[in-house]
Design a protein around this ligand. Structure first.
Ligand code: GDP
Ligand code: MG
Length: 163
């Protein structure tokens, strides 16, 4: 099976910032063309000599709140089918929301490895704030800042252990 890492989560948690960091200066291999793929970006990444594809989900969701949530749910379900590893990104500055809890529930029922990525941990004093993400029941949160790149190395070490 191909090495595919899908990035999921509600809007504004930093999925695309993380995607851009992981796929830095690498050309997207598939452009948005139709239907559900319009909401997804695929890029190539490499860590310690291991190559993998990264999917950024939920890029262009429009419509009412219900449509919006349904679209996110759909992206999570596709990610579970398509990806070998899932990065569930949450925002340490806002904490857990209902939508986060809903996504976590779907991911708990999947049989895929899921990593909780506590994003926007820009300084060490925010690390303790990630503790609330243990309540998802999906293991230890990885503290990262997609903006600075802090913590992404530890996350990637564990992600590529599946490849
Ligand atoms: P997405 O909707 O999940 O794809 O989120 P984006 O990647 O578009 O980011 C949403 C906002 O969060 C943008 O203003 C980013 O600059 C900001 N952001 C992303 N990562 C970080 C981070 O690590 N720290 C901080 N402080 N802001 C971040
Ligand atoms: Mg985005």
């Amino acid at each position: 099976m191909a090495n595919i890492v899908a990035i999921v989560g509600r809007p504004n948690v930093g999925k695309s910032t993380l995607y851009n960091r992981l796929t830095e200066s690498r050309k997207a291999i598939v452009d948005d063309f139709s239907g559900v793929t319009r909401d997804r970006h695929y890029g190539q990444a490499e860590w310690i000599g291991k190559k993998f594809t990264v999917i950024d989900t939920g890029g262009f969701v429009h419509g009412s709140e219900d449509v919006f949530e349904a679209a996110i749910r759909e992206q999570v379900l596709i990610a579970i089918e398509e990806a070998s590893v899932i990065l569930f990104v949450v925002d340490v500055t806002t904490g857990t929301t209902d939508l986060d809890d809903e996504i976590a529930g779907i991911l708990r029922r999947s049989n895929k490895p899921v990593y909780i990525v506590s994003n926007k941990v820009d300084s060490a004093k925010q690390v303790n704030d990630s503790a609330e993400f243990y309540s998802f029941g999906l293991g230890d949160p990885y503290n990262i800042s997609s903006m600075t790149g802090s913590g992404t190395g530890e996350l990637l070490d564990d992600v590529v252990s599946h490849f």
